[in-house]
Design a protein around this ligand. Structure first.
Ligand SMILES: [Zn+2]
Length: 224
């Protein structure tokens, strides 16, 4: 059986945002699994449960951290924790309309002899940055917020990504299956075919907490 969810959208959530990072710019096939990663977060899905064709590679030595625990986390608890995280106004950077993103403008200077000189100067509108900051009117999670799970923390944005992943796949709970003080990787098993891995946050304080319950092994996940 193959999944029916939007796998392109799901895998895309884990790829590098800016498109110029060649190493992990597309999902790839390795040892029977499809991986998508930006080197900070990763999703691994059993290849024969997906519909797309993915290029095989042996270039990367990506692997999930070994399972060493089993805690159950519900979608409701994740949503509640995210609701407690401070929000900020989203701002985006767009090209400065004055200098069209170059950061420089041409100015003319007329000297005492009456001769005209063309000079380049920092754009006075964007101070030479070439960009203009603009509020989108949308509220987003504070980029500095973190959420505590058991005795580690994750960036709130990654918890939001975990929630988004659960929604796309259609599950209401996940299993935390790997974390330790000596490894900054944290692994969640979504179901028997899909796992995700995140890097822990070093944040001192947490803005919210997700409670964990001892999970039963072999808890049936959503069937593919
Ligand atoms: Zn400018």
């Amino acid at each position: 059986m193959k999944y029916k969810f939007d796998e392109k959208k799901l895998l895309g959530l884990f790829l590098y945002d800016y498109g110029h990072h060649k190493l992990y710019s597309a999902p790839f096939l390795k040892d029977g699994y499809v991986y998508a990663s930006d080197a900070h977060k990763l999703i691994r899905i059993k290849a024969d449960t997906l519909n797309g064709q993915y290029k095989s590679t042996t270039d990367y030595s990506l692997s999930l951290a070994n399972e060493n625990c089993d805690f159950l986390i519900t979608r409701k608890d994740i949503e509640e924790a995210l609701a407690h995280v401070p929000q900020v106004r989203e701002t985006i950077f767009t090209e400065c309309p004055e200098c069209e993103g170059s950061g420089v403008v041409l100015v003319e200077y007329v000297d005492k002899e009456g001769e005209t000189h063309e000079l380049e100067a920092d754009c006075p509108v964007c101070d030479g940055s070439g960009t203009k900051e603009r509020e989108t009117g949308k509220m987003i999670l504070s980029p500095f917020a973190s959420i505590a799970i058991s005795d580690f923390k994750l960036c709130a944005g990654e918890v939001q990504l975990l929630l988004e992943t659960m929604k796309i796949i259609g599950v209401t709970e996940v299993h935390l299956v790997s974390f330790s003080q000596t490894d900054n990787r944290v692994v969640f098993r979504i179901d028997e075919n899909i796992s995700v891995m995140f890097t822990r946050s070093n944040s001192e304080k947490a803005d919210a907490v997700i409670p964990v319950a001892e999970g039963k092994n072999n808890q049936p996940g959503r069937k593919s």
